[in-house]
Ligand binder design. Structure first.
Ligand code: SAM
Length: 207
């Protein structure tokens, strides 16, 4: 399979809906980030972590509705694949800040982002479970590790701009739902059930 065949399949299955997500997934070759890029399943990336299945990546990006020029925060850089897709979605005028708990993964992802020549994606090693106040507020926040809970008092919600949106898997260690929060309506909405690696750190799961 090729990257373009994967994108075609994701479109046929209904995971890719918009031109924007299709273009981003065609621009960034998933084969740069994992040895088994086109299997629709999570793959190991080291440090006990995974790159998410392409269908879940597409679904979350569609729910996030990223526009050109936006400022986006990602918690859980992992391989850097989703950060690169976000970089395409926000365009040159936009900015992506992606935080990774494990320094080793953050460094590897940074090398890949640099090799792609993306100047609008910044990778930071550290605990992103409380967000990243220094660059707040954000138009969009995406969490790619399972959050144990998410309330209106959570620091991530506070770091969203008026009219901003957050997409995150929320639940226990064995089952989560993708949750979408819209700041304008101040409402949470549930999407599909998923299984992500746990969010670590202060606001994550205890080890
Ligand atoms: N988005 C990634 C990609 O495109 O490869 C996949 C993310 S992987 C499913 C979840 C990542 O979240 C792991 O790399 C893990 O180390 C990271 N993580 C877990 N807790 C974190 C935290 N508190 N802050 C930042 N990253 C965290």
């Amino acid at each position: 399979m090729s990257n373009s065949a994967m994108v075609r399949a994701l479109k046929n299955w209904g995971f890719i809906k918009s031109k924007e997500v299709e273009e981003a997934m065609l621009t960034i070759n998933r084969a740069l980030f994992t040895d088994r890029p086109f299997d629709d399943a999570p793959q190991p990336i080291g440090c006990g972590q995974t790159i998410s299945a392409p269908s879940v990546v597409a679904l979350m990006l569609e729910l996030l509705e990223v526009k050109k020029g936006m400022k986006v925060l990602e918690i859980g850089t992992g391989s850097g694949y989703n950060a690169a897709l976000l970089g395409v979605l926000v365009g040159e005028r936009g900015k992506v800040i992606s935080i990774e708990y494990f320094e080793e993964l953050a460094k590897k992802a940074e090398v890949k982002i640099k090799a792609l020549g993306m100047k609008n994606v910044k990778i930071i090693a550290g605990d992103g479970s409380k967000g990243y106040e220094k660059e707040a507020p954000y138009d969009r926040i995406i969490v790619t590790a399972a959050m144990p809970s998410l309330s209106k008092e959570h620091p991530l919600i506070k770091q969203l701009k008026e009219g901003g949106r957050l997409v995150a898997p929320v639940g226990d260690k064995y089952l989560q739902y993708i949750v979408v929060y819209d700041k304008k309506s101040d409402e949470f909405r549930r999407s599909i059930p998923v299984l992500f690696v746990p969010l670590l750190g202060e606001k994550g799961f205890s080890k």
